[in-house]
Design a protein around this ligand. Structure first.
Ligand code: SF4
Length: 321
């Protein structure tokens, strides 16, 4: 009789889950992670309501680079969905819609609409408007909008849109779908930009990148996607083609090395990350945590652009609020 493996994390709080984004937040600054994942969600020991509300509002901020990334992703998602559905998927009209949306976001943020919104996540608010030391010049906004337009054009020139148009229904294409799989009893969330199975049975996974800085070989996020495809789509590593596509680079494709070993190493990294996060949760039964258990950033690097400076007792750099 086979004995099922014991979960590595006992007990795991109800509602706890892991994602590469969560891991990045925890790694950058445990205290900022506490503000975003506990205080903002009303799961902090001894926190007053007003501070929790402020944390929720700050957690919903965006920044110029994040905003550009999310608007470009939205435009690409819309084009891919249209192409997969047999629609015209015209690039320039999609860019016009994106720019109109960016103008609305900018105006709402500048006018402070989020400060009075019932749901702070429903209205754009930039850290560049929240914190004077991050204020951007008019030309910076214009430059970023121009870059967003160029990135959508770069995407269209790479052939993925044509590939989507040609895919048959059995290709099981997936665009920006939020999915999860279980690792030792913990839900691991993934949101893959674009994936499909080709006529040879190879599964392609593509992640668009809108930043200038590259992440090096085999980033954890991509290996997590591969692990998901292996578990849920039953795609063996040798049949996976996983790549990042840097939309601002002339040579944009960065293929990842996917083997049973690299996927296994990623799962070990996830286990270590989950263990480190859970070690700080003082009340596992109620999934509540204590601010003092989450240390401040080890270096000043994340502090300058941190969304939580207004509630952090010790932002590290000069020029804060
Ligand atoms: S200001 Fe710095 S130390 Fe404070 S929460 Fe943000 S990143 Fe962490």
């Amino acid at each position: 009789m086979s004995v099922p493996p014991l979960p590595s994390f006992a007990p795991v709080p109800r509602g706890f889950s892991w994602s590469a984004t969560r891991h990045g937040a925890f790694t950058d600054c445990p205290r900022a992670y506490f503000y975003g994942y506990y205080l903002a969600k009303g799961r902090a020991d001894g926190a007053d309501l007003e501070r929790a509300r402020l944390a929720a509002r700050l957690a919903a901020l965006t920044s110029l680079p994040m905003w550009v990334g999310s608007r470009v992703h939205d435009a690409i998602e819309g084009l891919l969905r249209e192409a997969l559905g047999g629609g015209p998927a015209e690039v320039e009209p999609a860019i016009e819609r994106m720019v109109a949306r960016m103008r609305r976001d900018y105006a709402a943020s500048r006018d402070g609409d989020q400060l009075v919104a019932d749901d702070p996540r429903s209205v754009a608010r930039f850290a560049e408007h929240e914190y004077p030391h991050l204020a951007a010049r008019d030309e910076d906004w214009r430059t970023r909008v121009g870059e967003a337009q160029e990135m959508v054009r770069a995407f269209a020139a790479q052939g993925y849109l044509d590939a989507a148009r040609a895919l048959p229904r059995e290709a099981q294409a997936s665009v920006e779908r939020l999915e999860k799989f279980a690792l030792d009893g913990v839900d691991v969330w993934v949101k893959i930009d674009f994936a499909w199975r080709d006529g040879q049975g190879l599964v392609h996974i593509v992640d668009w990148k809108t930043g200038k800085q590259e992440r090096g070989e085999n980033p954890l996020q991509m290996l997590v996607y591969a692990g998901y495809a292996r578990k849920v789509w039953k795609a063996e590593p040798e049949r996976l083609r996983v790549r990042e596509v840097y939309l601002r680079q002339p040579d944009p494709e960065r293929p990842c090395t996917i083997t049973a070993e690299t996927i296994g190493a990623a799962e070990e990294a996830i286990r270590a990350s989950i263990g480190a996060m859970l070690a700080k949760v003082s009340d596992r039964a109620l999934h509540r945590a204590c601010e003092a258990d989450f240390e401040l950033a080890a270096s000043a690097r994340p502090c300058r652009g941190c969304f939580f400076r207004a509630i952090c007792p010790a932002p590290r750099d000069a020029g804060g609020p």
